[in-house]
Design a protein around this ligand. Structure first.
Ligand code: GLA
Length: 336
């Protein structure tokens, strides 16, 4: 098979996006400002080869189960499933070789649309069932990137897919995102323990650094001495969106780059939003323009199901029954 290295889509409003088939990863989103200057608002590797393993999960589709599953274990139909443990004894982002580092097939490639698919065989990373997944990326003329997920399995299984782009709305200039302003429409997070595993409790954001219901400078409270923040070394929390009806796409978050004034609006029909402020980026990889990817170089806004849902029966269910269809949407919209 001929593996296209860079897949490009664009719209009539000056947005140009490129992708890599490894991980169905978004590599760049070149956005045109009012003054016609261009800004690439996502982080990427300086060296393309890193998309093959994608250790930082830059721009990828995370799955089969994005985020963590405690001890990599859960009960499904009364049977214990033991997944690969690739994160301190827990399961993260689909295991050793999750969807983020698999080579996806290009199903369709048009001017403004790219559709990729992946077949994950039964027992891949020990997940039950052969799962067929399709992700469709479309950039419209409102500068909205729509990410649509479809999946189905030949056995009962679990699933949680997300888009894992690291955004920096000021561009790839080596500066951090601490002066970006963020707003998340959520009253609660799922509380985490020191391993970032949900305790099962919901925590009201009111009066804490996690209260982002009004536009807040990210750096304002990121270092506040608050246990939930200390555990994650910044923001790395699942915000409860009270939203899990497919096709009920709601605005859940907004982000503003302080230098460019680019505004991003995140919409989804998924029940949770992981806000990760790039706390584990430690300079070991080079990004674009020769800058090292350091702590807070970018941030992720990942609509998804809650972490460790298979072990928390009071969380929205991530079970995908044989023959059922998993269908969810994420929209990242830019304006200036
Ligand atoms: C996610 C998690 C983080 C971290 C990154 C990948 O967004 O929430 O804890 O694991 O992925 O480094």
């Amino acid at each position: 098979m001929n593996i296209p290295k860079t897949l490009k889509i664009f719209n009539k409003k000056g947005s140009i996006l490129t992708f890599n088939s490894y991980g169905a990863s978004l590599k760049s989103w070149n956005f045109e400002l009012k003054d016609k200057n261009r800004v690439d608002i996502v982080l990427g590797y300086g060296d393309e080869i890193n998309y093959e393993s994608n250790p930082l999960y830059l721009g990828c589709i995370a799955g089969r189960y994005a985020n963590r599953i405690a001890n990599g274990q859960f009960l499904l139909n009364g049977k214990l499933v033991k997944l690969t443990q690739n994160d301190n004894g827990n399961h993260l982002h689909g295991g050793q070789k999750g969807f983020s580092s698999k080579l996806w097939d290009v199903v369709e490639h048009k001017t403004n649309t790219l559709i990729l698919s992946l077949e994950s065989r039964d027992q891949d990373e020990n997940y039950p069932g052969t799962l067929k997944t399709t992700v469709s990326y479309t950039i419209n003329d409102l500068n909205e990137l729509k990410v649509a997920f479809y999946a189905f399995s030949d056995m009962d299984t679990i699933i949680n897919l997300t888009q894992h782009s690291y955004f920096n709305l000021n561009g790839n200039t080596g500066e951090d995102i601490l002066n970006h302003k963020i707003k998340i429409n959520s009253n609660q997070i799922t509380e985490i323990d020191h391993q970032l595993i949900p305790t099962g409790k919901f925590l009201d954001v009111k009066g804490t650094p996690l209260d982002l219901r009004k536009f807040t400078r990210i750096g304002k409270m990121i270092n506040q001495n608050f246990q939930q923040m200390n555990f994650a070394k910044g923001y790395d929390h699942n915000f409860v969106l009270n939203n899990n009806k497919a096709n009920n796409i709601k605005k859940v978050a907004e982000l503003i780059g302080d230098k460019t004034k680019i505004k991003m609006c995140v919409k989804t029909d998924l029940p949770g939003l992981q806000f990760y402020s790039g706390n584990f980026l430690d300079g070991s990889y080079e990004g674009k323009n020769g800058f090292k990817l350091i702590r807070n170089s970018g941030l992720c806004l990942e609509p998804q199901y809650f972490p460790d849902s298979p072990n928390n029966s009071h969380f929205p269910s991530t079970i995908l029954k044989k023959g059922d269809v998993y269908a969810h949407n994420i929209i990242y919209g830019l304006s200036n």
